[in-house]
Ligand binder design. Structure first.
Ligand code: C5P
Length: 219
């Protein structure tokens, strides 16, 4: 984890929420800030990597000249953007909080509040990370998991199901961890290893995650 330790590597990171259009002015989204993904991007760039940061709508800023930010809105757009750059990716990190479902079709005009009931049909979004896992050739793939029950079991199951090399479990139980917060408390799993970390700022968490990735690449 020092300057230049990721020199020559291309790191692709997904970040933020996705917004799924209901009509021209409304969407289904979530409260992901994008902070974890942007912190990972900054840290990877500081270590000399070329960073492709693909983010849904987020207020986060990036200034580093080794980070190329691609702004997307929906899960579909995020998927397409990821696969524009997947072939050249060495390390893929999926920190985006992708919406699980999207409206079957966005209304072309703003929906009027005429009826007492309104039903919006939703269809499942593509699983971007799972698709990355299926198309993996040489990429080292890192996913995130946020679970409320059987967290370790579910995180490990996700590692297998999505063909990942490593998964970062965010704790929801711990005060100050996850989503909108500036701090996070994580556990990292590979197929054979487990490591627990203390509650830290997302900048510090990004260092722990990339240190762990680097240790795996050396194996
Ligand atoms: O299956 P689940 O949503 O819990 O998995 C979380 C992991 O998968 C995260 O790394 C997230 O970025 C990624 N993911 C994705 N596309 C989806 C859903 C999740 O890339 N549609």
């Amino acid at each position: 984890g020092h300057k230049e330790s990721l020199q020559g590597k291309t790191v692709l990171i997904t970040a933020g929420p996705t917004y799924e259009a209901i009509d021209p002015v409304r969407f289904i989204g979530n409260h992901s800030s994008g902070k974890m993904g942007f912190s990972l991007a900054e840290e990877a760039a500081a270590r000399g990597a070329e960073v492709i940061l693909i983010s849904g709508p987020s207020a986060q800023k990036t200034g580093h000249q080794k980070i190329r930010l691609h702004q997307v809105t929906s899960a579909r757009e995020m998927l397409d953007k990821v696969f524009e750059f997947y072939d050249r990716t060495d390390i893929g990190i999926a920190s985006a909080a992708v919406a699980d479902y999207a409206p079957k079709e966005a209304a072309r005009e703003k929906i009027k509040k005429n009826d007492d009931h309104l039903t919006i049909e939703l269809v499942k979004n593509p699983d971007i990370l799972k698709t990355m896992g299926e198309r993996k050739t040489r990429q080292f793939l890192v996913g995130f998991a946020l679970e409320t029950q059987n967290e370790e079991e579910n995180a490990k199951a996700k590692l297998e199901k999505k063909n990942l090399d490593m998964i970062v479990l965010n704790s929801l139980r711990d005060e100050g961890a996850g989503f909108k917060n500036d701090t996070n408390k994580i556990k990292i799993f590979t197929r054979t290893e487990k490591k627990e970390f203390d509650l830290k700022s997302k900048e510090e968490v990004a260092k722990d995650i990339l240190d762990f990735v680097e240790s795996q690449l050396l194996k």
